[in-house]
Design a protein around this ligand. Structure first.
Ligand code: IDP
Ligand code: MG
Length: 150
């Protein structure tokens, strides 16, 4: 089963949009198997965003992501990586379509509310940074008894 990591960034907490965003994930049918609040420190932020270490926006990104608590979520299910990316919308909210989380709720690229892994391989790496395996819970939902997840 495909897993992906979602982070509700500090702006989601500052703007009290955690519930709204989680509602959208749940309404889409995504299955939450891990969820917690974390206050990332600098080394963790560097690891999480290591692919962007040489970018001009990296120092500001690290400063922002470590500025307050975030909510880390793992969802599990077929095509979960792409489904979350589609729900999030484009990185730059000015290009994100209405109907997406960023397109409806954000306007600045540096304050775009949500992170989602960009591939199943990255998801494995990122999830290991935030969750101990025992913190990921396996359970069956009623909906899965009648929807086939092939
Ligand atoms: P993603 O979050 O849509 O996967 P990435 O390209 O992986 O986008 O960039 C990671 C994060 O870095 C973005 O979500 C955004 O917060 C920030 N970021 C990316 N590009 C820029 C930029 O050009 N200016 C400022 N911040 C940026
Ligand atoms: Mg990314």
């Amino acid at each position: 089963m495909e897993r992906t990591l979602i982070l509700l960034k500090p702006d989601a907490l500052q703007r009290a949009l955690v519930g709204v965003i989680i509602s959208r994930l749940e309404a889409r049918g995504l299955k939450i198997t891990g969820l917690k609040m974390v206050h990332m420190d600098k080394p963790m932020a560097h690891q999480h965003y290591s692919v962007h270490a040489d970018k001009g926006f990296f120092p500001g990104l690290v400063e922002f992501i470590t500025s307050g608590p975030i909510v880390a979520i793992v969802v599990d299910g077929k095509d979960s990586v792409q489904i979350v990316r589609t729900l999030m919308g484009e990185t730059d909210p000015s290009k994100a379509l209405p109907g997406t989380i960023r397109g409806d709720l954000a306007k600045d690229i540096g304050r775009n509310l949500i992170h989602g892994s960009d591939s199943p391989e990255q998801a494995v790496r990122e999830i290991a940074l935030f969750f101990d395996p025992v913190e990921l819970l396996s359970y069956t939902r009623d909906t899965e008894r009648w929807i086939t997840e092939s």
